[in-house]
Design a protein around this ligand. Structure first.
Ligand code: M6R
Length: 609
């Protein structure tokens, strides 16, 4: 969390940094700031709030220069405030630093530095970095040596960039655990947490590895390893398209991304399905190993965890492999037993989630192979896994994950079919039947999206409800969890998802006319059981909101609000049922005056444990 960007070149640095920070705002948005070398001196501008507040501050108090660093913050140490906002400086305001990550030993370092006379103004861990560098500069030959001596003193995960008044043409940097990428444009260099912050100006990139550090000028990049040895770096063409970063005429990224789902599913189909054959060309695990796998452990967080629960059902149904699913932050502490040919599957949209990354490290320490399903194929999780599968969802910017979720579901289903084929558990005919249904999905999603106005009306009617219950079973139990999570995170309405069968074991006590119950009741194998759940709510005078299959008359008759999805086979229902619920949370947020793309207290990539 937190986004950093740095620029040295010929353009006016304040506007370059602002554009970069807007692109990185998904990483945190409680405060922001820039430091610029302006007329030979470091000038700092900071503001509590969003980048637009910083922009206003820069309009009122402009800076000019061609070299600078910027930061958008998601608070870890110290409340969101102007003082805690980055950049942070040393005692003489000659060194400015922006930092992403956590310095775990900062208490100790701060104490030692205070004994040496350093005064700190913020409550952040980050502020110790410029002070440490300042201290090292007292004996070092210059900034390169000071930085080299500073880095080993820092424990934790970080990436940071530094400007120094006495060396006004260079930006210094270090990476250890938090992402950092170098971008090269014409007579200009960028550093950023994410390549989206530097396009289209930067045409080529170099993704820094953990332990690497160095410096850039407008035309040079120098990278060193932990031992101070300069390492080769070859630049690669940046493939990301700036168009993907636009809202495309939608009011919010979240809505745009919901509407992109038919195309995402089409893209996955055309890349992964050839006749009755399923293809994962990018996946590097040996076939014989995959054929031997006897146990799967899925580890993921949030929405990706919900996808993992459905993945378990797919693997058990089609591959007959015992599968466990664990929340990443729990997985690593439960001392998981990995025996025989266990494969760990990590699912992550961003590929940067610290909990999931820690789970991967845990799995590797137990000698398990790790296959990750990631949307960002250049991410740390993709790089640290033995192999990865690309979700092909396209850039997802809205903090609430939508299209990445449906992409996760389809890729997990296809991978389960792929495993079933290499284990000789399915015939081409069986796969063809499923594929025919999958091919019909994009149009069915489009049909669901055409009903958005109906969902908007629900939101108008229900916007004041304070609590919601979501019920679903089997393939749609995770839909209930996901629908509830979406509502909580962007509308700030309390919602809990339950397995329908569990309802009578406690949550049913919550039913009242004040608490609407969203029942996900498509016509699947367990449909009659969901109908029983709806009866139970109705008998207690609860308000019923339902998702049902077109042609069904029973469920809509029992419901106050109901929405029909097209018919499909059981395994594909969660790809359709979640879409009205994504729309519902979006419209609820809008009705309640919340900001759907930037919900409070959240960030898109959760890079702290
Ligand atoms: O990038 P990841 O898929 O690893 O992220 C995991 C969760 O942080 C994420 O799904 C989060 O729950 C979303 N905000 C949900 O919309």
């Amino acid at each position: 969390m937190c986004g950093i960007v740095a620029y040295v070149g010929e353009k006016s640095v304040d506007s370059v940094l602002l554009v970069g920070l807007i692109r990185l705002e998904y990483r945190g948005y409680d405060s922001a700031g820039v430091a610029v070398i302006d007329g030979g001196e470091i000038e700092i501008r900071k503001q509590l709030g969003k980048i637009r507040d910083l922009e206003e501050e820069l309009r009122l108090h402009p800076v000019s220069g061609n070299i600078g660093i910027g930061h958008t913050r998601w608070a870890t140490h110290g409340e969101p405030s102007k003082i805690n906002a980055h950049p942070h400086v040393d005692s003489h305001k000659k060194i400015a630093v922006v930092h992403n990550g956590i310095i775990e030993n900062y208490h100790l370092l701060r104490h030692e530095l205070q004994k040496l006379g350093h005064k700190f103004v913020s409550e952040t861990d980050s502020e110790i970095i410029p002070h440490l560098i300042e201290e090292e500069l007292k004996t070092a030959s210059g900034m390169v040596e000071a930085l080299k001596n500073t880095i080993p003193k820092l424990e934790g995960k970080f990436s940071f960039t530094v400007i120094y008044e006495n060396e006004p043409d260079r930006i210094f940097f270090a990476r250890n655990g938090s992402p950092l990428v170098y971008g090269k444009g014409k007579n200009e260099s960028f550093l950023a947490s994410d390549v989206s912050a530097v396009i289209p100006a930067a045409k080529e990139e170099f993704r820094l590895d953990n332990g690497q550090w160095g410096w850039v000028t407008k035309n040079e990049l120098h990278v060193f390893d932990e031992n101070g040895k300069e390492v080769d770096h070859s630049l690669e063409e940046i493939k990301m398209n700036a168009m993907e970063l636009d809202k495309g005429g939608f009011e919010h990224y979240m809505l745009k991304e919901i509407y992109e789902q038919p195309d995402v599913i089409r893209r996955i189909i055309s890349n992964r399905i050839d006749g009755s054959t399923i293809l994962f060309p990018e996946m590097a695990l040996p076939l014989d190993y995959q054929g031997r796998v006897t146990r799967i452990i899925i580890t993921s967080a949030g929405t990706s965890w919900h996808a993992g629960i459905i993945g378990k059902l797919y693997f058990e149904k089609y591959v007959k492999i015992a599968t466990e699913v664990d929340i990443s932050s729990e997985f690593r502490y439960r001392n998981p037993i990995a025996e025989g040919d266990s494969m760990v599957i990590a699912i992550s949209q961003s590929g940067e989630t610290a909990d999931t990354l820690a789970g991967i490290h845990e799995a590797k320490s137990k000698f398990c192979r790790v296959l990750s399903f990631v949307n960002n194929v250049n991410s740390t999780i993709a790089r640290e896994s033995d192999a990865f599968i690309s979700l092909m969802g396209g850039v997802e910017i809205g903090v609430a994950s939508t299209k990445a979720y449906t992409a996760q579901l389809l890729n997990l289903l296809l991978y389960s079919m792929y495993l079933s084929s290499i284990k000789w558990l399915s015939t081409p005919e069986e796969r063809s039947e499923l594929i025919t249904e999958i091919r019909a999905l994009p149009e069915k999603i489009e049909t669901v999206l055409k009903g958005a106005d109906q969902i908007k009306e629900w939101a108008k009617e229900l916007k004041d409800a304070k609590d919601f219950i979501f019920l679903g079973r089997h393939f749609n139990h995770p839909t209930a969890l996901e629908g509830a999570l979406k509502l909580k995170e962007i509308s700030y309405v309390h919602a809990s998802g339950y397995a329908g069968g569990e309802f009578k074991h406690g949550p049913i006590a919550l039913i009242s006319s004040e608490v609407p119950t969203v029942c996900i009741a498509p016509q699947t194998e367990i449909y009659p059981k969901m109908v029983s759940n709806i009866e139970e709510v109705k008998a207690r005078k609860g308000r019923i909101v339902s998702i049902y299959t077109e042609g069904d008359t029973k469920v809509p008759e029992m419901s106050e609000f109901s929405f029909a999805i097209p018919k499909t086979i059981d395994v594909l229902t969660p790809i359709l049922t979640i879409i009205p619920l994504q729309l519902f949370s979006y419209y609820m947020a809008v009705e309640r005056g919340c900001e759907p793309d930037q919900p409070r207290n959240l960030a898109k990539s959760v890079t702290v444990e």
